[in-house]
Design a protein around this ligand. Sequence first.
Ligand SMILES: C[S@@+](CC[C@H](N)C(=O)[O-])C[C@H]1O[C@@H](n2cnc3c(N)ncnc32)[C@H](O)[C@@H]1O
Length: 313
Amino acid sequence: MGDSRHEFGGDWTEVKLEAISAYSKFFTGAIGGIFDLWYVDPFAGTGERTAKEQAGGLFDQQPLSTIERQYPGSAARALALKPPFDHLRFGDAKRRHAKALQALVALHPTRDASVIPGDANHFIQKMFSEPPWTAPDRGAVRSRALVFLDPYGMEVKWRTLEVLAASKKADVWFLANLKAAVQQLSHKHGMLTEEKRAALCEYFGTPHWEERFYELHKDESDLFGNPTNSSRRQATKQEVALFHKECLGTIFCYVSNPLPLAVGSIDDYFLLYCLSNNSTPAARNLIHKGADWVIRRYKQASHHRSALRGGGQ
Ligand SMILES: C[S@@+](CC[C@H](N)C(=O)[O-])C[C@H]1O[C@@H](n2cnc3c(N)ncnc32)[C@H](O)[C@@H]1O
């Protein structure tokens, strides 16, 4: 057995995974049997989530203690889905995680499920640059994919999104880390390093964020005649999110409203988007309908959990 311990996330993670499972069920229920269905999860972790939780207390009449609980992660949920996916591909950059995924897949010997270890961008760009994803639908086997991009931070490259959009056959659920992006956008323009610039260009797919978010004026000089730029970021977090949505809209013809996921007191720490570039109007309507329903339903769940926590960590 692989070591499936993987401590990450919190109650927002359960909202996110419930939302992905709900859309997966909608997806396989609506088009299973008509299309050959793939589930593709290149940031799959170990297949499980380990959470440390408080147990006991006054109401349980037990001393307070911290216990460890295991929850099914995205891979375990996808394998258990009914109606099922026809093919499942999982990946992770961490060797221990990939080994745990292989052990999970081995528990399902009758399924077409496998693990492609390594970088998610490489995995997706390679897979979706080959048939059936690059070829028009032909004959009886017509393929469609549900791709779940679930990074910790800003690991998804713009090129990866472009390749998925170009296939026109993938419904992509993308977890955008708004908190991480805003963190890279220093308040003082002069504090933007080349590293930050590169990460932000990958996130937005364009260098135009710089002129959009900062009022760039002529460089001034400090007391010693060294050039400085005293411009400060004008854009709010909401404007940053809106610009990102606009950028996604340049490559995908459908970009859902995001499902905001609250972490502690930050309501929109993560934004979960459904993206599709399917050019068939009937398919686009169906995707829109399914994604809207899921987002509305889990927005309420997210608010509810956040309210229960009282907005604290
Ligand atoms: C948020 S966790 C994914 C959790 C998983 N989807 C689940 O629900 O169980 C992010 C995972 O991405 C992996 N990761 C980070 N950078 C990566 C990359 N460039 N390519 C592939 N995996 C990466 C990490 O090792 C981690 O397991």
